[in-house]
Design a protein around this ligand. Structure first.
Ligand code: SAM
Length: 276
């Protein structure tokens, strides 16, 4: 049996190691190093700058939790923005909400879209849906140019490195507030509490200064650093823990449920401490 072992170093002293059956595509794009590989355990997997982005076997945890928590919290989400998310997974989940008339994706690297369509068809398959508008561009600039436009904004970006550095700044969150409608909601993936506690604390501080309702929720993502992932939500009016029972319409998911919607906000003490 061929193949080789690959380690993603998650800190200087710790990493995740996996068996790669074969490399499907590798190139240095205008923005980052892109690698698509067939892994023995997780199916096809997208790496950017050597970091796991998404895999066929566990992708639905992250994509469902980024999309359904804000989209069920908002009473009538019609226009939605995804910043990043070039693999298409969040867009696929967004389209499961019939109220959404338009979903805009702003992904800086067109190669991520191209190779996700080729090697992750079950994730990227909805990017050509008629309700979707794909813009290849900088999400920071798109937000700066948007005003009172979106009901829900999801920031599905890479870590705060390279092109994503600006997407974790207070200025960006202020721009998001401006781009949202008066009762808008935004969610950003905010990494893990074991290795990125400072980042989570900083984002919580910044978002609290801009949004009246700021919360943090978690999910288990086995291929991400530490396996415990966080999402920061900023909401102008609607509380994610006060969703009317009749809002939870039927939806096809593998991880998200209406019970888990509330449970995801129950944090281990060491994580809750990061929000205070
Ligand atoms: N789920 C992954 C995670 O939590 O790290 C993110 C997956 S998605 C592939 C991340 C995407 O963000 C990448 O395709 C990257 O090109 C995109 N991205 C990074 N900076 C960006 C920016 N400033 N504007 C738009 N997209 C950006």
């Amino acid at each position: 049996m061929g193949g080789f072992w690959f380690t993603e170093k998650q800190t200087e002293n710790f990493g995740i190691t996996m068996k790669i059956n074969r490399t499907l595509h590798t190139e240095t794009t205008e923005f980052q190093h892109l690698e698509m590989a067939e892994t023995a355990e997780w199916g096809n997997m997208l790496f950017l700058d050597g970091m796991v982005m998404t895999s066929q076997r566990d992708e639905w945890v992250y994509h469902e939790m980024v999309a359904h928590v804000p989209l069920f919290t908002h009473p009538n989400p019609e226009k939605v923005l995804v910043v990043g998310g070039g693999d298409g997974g969040v867009i696929r989940e967004v389209l499961k909400h019939p109220s959404v008339k338009k979903a805009v994706l702003v992904e800086i690297d067109g190669k991520v879209i191209e190779y996700s369509k080729k090697y992750l068809p079950e994730i990227a398959g909805e990017l050509e849906n008629e309700r979707v508008e794909v813009i290849v561009g900088d999400g920071f600039m798109h937000i700066a140019e948007s005003q009172n436009e979106y009901d829900v904004i999801m920031v599905d970006s890479t870590e705060p490195v390279g092109p994503a550095v600006n997407l974790f700044t207070k200025g960006f969150y202020a721009g998001i507030s401006k781009a949202l409608k008066e009762d808008g909601i935004f969610v950003a993936q905010t990494d893990n509490p074991w290795f990125k506690a400072d980042l989570i604390q900083q984002v919580q501080r910044d978002v609290k200064e801009i949004f009246p309702i700021t919360t943090l929720y978690i999910a288990n993502i086995p291929t991400y650093p530490s396996g415990m992932w966080t999402f920061t939500m900023g909401s102008k009016k609607h509380n994610p823990l006060e969703v009317a029972e009749d809002r939870f319409h039927e939806i096809d998911t593998k991880y998200y449920t209406k019970e888990l919607h509330n449970a995801a906000f129950v944090l281990p003490k060491f994580v809750k401490d990061l929000t205070e």
